[in-house]
Design a protein around this ligand. Structure first.
Ligand code: 1CP
Length: 342
């Protein structure tokens, strides 16, 4: 591979500069993305079109000069594969017609699904993208963490509180574990399919980690993350648990190469916990990219100067916000690429 810095950093190998990519780099900020998106009748038509997924996956590599591509898809393809169809409503987000609130709902989910049959369109996009990338940079595969997917399957839409999901943990913990187990098994098959078709590294997004108290996070999310980590040994794994700083010590014990940090988390503190055993990823505030280019450079430089280990992948602390100016993203990336490690 021409540029394998991301994989080297993930494995803890020697690097002479830090790799950089951005969560949500493919579908949010580029006018070139919007042009492709607007040529279709909806988000799902894009997700199910391998040629166009390939095109928008590579756009940030060409335009922003990032050190990795992330396959254009969504975490919600997994509940759909399990039998819960979703719609992506313009300006509102995902909406599921059916939700899982009872054993009766749970029993109606499709069991023993054929992952190639249900999610073959993602695998097709991965195959095309790998070919098209021609070994320029690594391709990142991804899935939602079981807890985060559970939130959408139970609440049925985006939410600030996901109180239906949280209610179920108190009212029917056995059903909650049954559903989390099913999601976990499908996710493992899905990630193995992505790897089989060519992704070089995988990231698990636990976007709603931060809404649970520590004890519930460790009961209802972490055992499933652990199961996934132990099942996937073919490529390096990154675990990103947004907002779960109270469980960070235990997250750092997971069988993964990289731990993703959000912008509220303290890199030196986590470095003290992990020593040289893990790579850390993150964690500039996505809102920094609204600042002047001078301040973006200054704050990025400050983070780079503060790093005490080469086991680091530069990124934001969450996905890049949709109204971010791509020029500011370029400033962020250039600052990192010009920074030589001692
Ligand atoms: O029409 C559009 O363009 C819709 C916007 C959009 C896009 C571009 C959605 C709807 N999903 C995506 C793609 C997507 N989703 C990627 C592809 C690559 C990229 O953009 O770089 C990835 C990695 C995701 C992951 C994802 N989807 C997460 C986890 C990461 C995170 O940001 O926390 C989550 C929570 C989702 C759910 C989702 N998909 C889309 C929306 C609006 C939402 C969030 C809804 C909510 O707030 O609950």
């Amino acid at each position: 591979m021409k540029n394998d810095l991301l994989l080297k950093a993930a494995r803890g190998e020697n690097i002479n500069r830090y790799p950089v990519w951005l969560m949500r780099q493919a579908g949010r900020i580029l006018p070139e993305y919007r042009a492709v998106r607007n040529s279709l009748d909806g988000f799902k038509s894009l997700v199910k079109n391998p040629d166009l997924c390939c095109e928008v996956t590579i756009q940030p590599v060409d335009i922003l000069d990032v050190d990795a591509a992330i396959i254009f898809s969504d975490i919600l393809v997994v509940p759909e594969a399990m039998g819960l169809n979703y719609e992506m409503i313009e300006k509102k987000g995902p909406w599921f017609e059916k939700t899982i609130r009872s054993e009766f709902d749970f029993k109606k989910l499709d069991s023993n699904i054929d992952i190639n049959d249900r999610l073959g369109y993602v695998f097709e996009a991965i195959k095309k993208t790998k070919k098209e990338l021609n070994q320029r940079v690594p391709l990142i595969g991804f899935a939602g963490a079981p807890w985060t997917i559970f939130c959408y399957m139970v609440d049925g839409q985006g939410s600030k509180t996901f109180s239906e999901s949280r209610k179920l943990l108190y009212q029917n913990p056995i059903l909650a574990h049954d559903l989390l187990n099913e999601i976990t098994n499908t996710t493992i098959q899905y990630l193995k399919g992505q790897i089989h078709n060519g992704v070089d590294i995988v990231q698990i997004f636990d976007s709603w980690a931060g809404i649970l108290p520590k004890n519930q996070y460790e009961e209802f999310s972490m055992p499933y993350l652990e199961k996934i980590c132990n099942a996937i040994n073919e490529v390096p794994k990154t675990i990103f648990c947004k907002g779960a700083f109270s469980s960070i010590k235990n997250i750092c014990l997971l069988n993964c190469e990289t731990v993703g940090l959000d912008w509220t988390m303290n890199i030196p503190v986590v470095r003290t916990i992990v020593g040289e055993k893990k790579t850390l990823q993150g964690n500039l505030d996505p809102c920094l990219l609204y600042a002047s280019s001078k301040n973006i450079e200054k704050e990025t430089q400050k983070l780079l100067d503060s790093l005490s280990s080469k086991r680091h992948i530069l990124n934001l602390g969450h996905g890049v916000y949709p109204d971010t100016n791509p020029e500011n993203v370029k400033t962020f990336i250039k600052t990192i690429k010009n920074y030589e490690i001692n």
